[in-house]
Write a protein that binds this ligand. Structure first.
Ligand SMILES: C[S@@+](CC[C@H](N)C(=O)[O-])C[C@H]1O[C@@H](n2cnc3c(N)ncnc32)[C@H](O)[C@@H]1O
Length: 211
């Protein structure tokens, strides 16, 4: 019998959300109007908490049509003040003229070249990020299909080195050190969850032109 995971209700997943809440609270001390972009799945645990903070606007994205339909019903049923779009999050960001104060890419899938390049272009242009903003990426911490290619391409000994050292360094280099790692949270698989790694980066643009 295969193990049934319910990542959403694990203590570790809740800790991932608590980190986001703490970042938003920190930003809110200095700035009252904040724009947050998330991938909520169908629980909206985090989004419900954030939507109660005055001045916080929440935008959500979901690329799977069936999940999106469920989410629309939940938003209506729970009367959540959330804008939801049925789109890939990276496409949504590229097409948007909006600047966000926090983006949580809670992808929970494996690292792959497309995620790496989309993430790098997001932090490199800074077009969609305010000068003091958080960008958080949560991905699967298991062996992955593109692992050998990633190791070879980035000249790492193994995927662990890429995840824990090379990737955060790459983000710093590619953003001219405006985007730096604030927090790295990882947990192994457990009864209730698959292993994950969560990177929290902060963007500090050197001037205010980006705002
Ligand atoms: C791990 S769940 C989000 C969990 C939620 N943040 C929580 O706190 O429980 C990720 C959701 O994002 C969707 N998703 C994954 N990659 C996406 C992408 N590139 N664009 C849009 N939606 C995506 C998945 O279908 C899934 O519903």
């Amino acid at each position: 019998m295969s193990t049934l995971y319910n990542n959403h209700d694990s203590i570790e997943k809740q800790e991932c959300r608590e980190k986001i809440i703490r970042f938003v609270e920190k930003l809110h001390e200095k700035k009252k109007n904040l724009r947050i972009l998330t991938l909520p799945s169908t629980n909206f645990y985090l989004e419900e908490v954030l939507s109660n903070i005055p001045g916080v606007v929440i935008e959500c994205v979901e690329r799977e049509k069936d999940i999106y339909e469920k989410q629309l019903k939940i938003i209506q049923g729970r009367k959540l003040n959330i804008n939801l779009k049925n789109q890939d999050i990276f496409e949504y960001i590229k097409e948007s003229n909006t600047k966000f104060d926090l983006i949580w890419l809670d992808l929970c899938g494996p690292f792959n070249k497309s995620i790496i390049s989309n993430f790098i272009s997001l932090i490199q242009t800074g077009d969609n990020l305010h000068s003091q903003s958080y960008i958080v990426l949560t991905i699967l911490g298991k062996r992955e299909q593109q692992g050998p290619d990633i190791i070879k391409f980035y000249g790492c000994k193994n995927l662990k080195e890429f995840r824990e050292s090379k990737f955060p360094k790459l983000v710093g280099e590619m953003s001219d050190n405006t985007c730096t790692l604030q927090d790295l949270y990882q947990y192994p698989s457990g009864r209730m969850h698959t292993p994950m790694i969560q990177y929290s980066f902060i963007n500090n643009f050197k001037n205010q032109l980006n705002d």
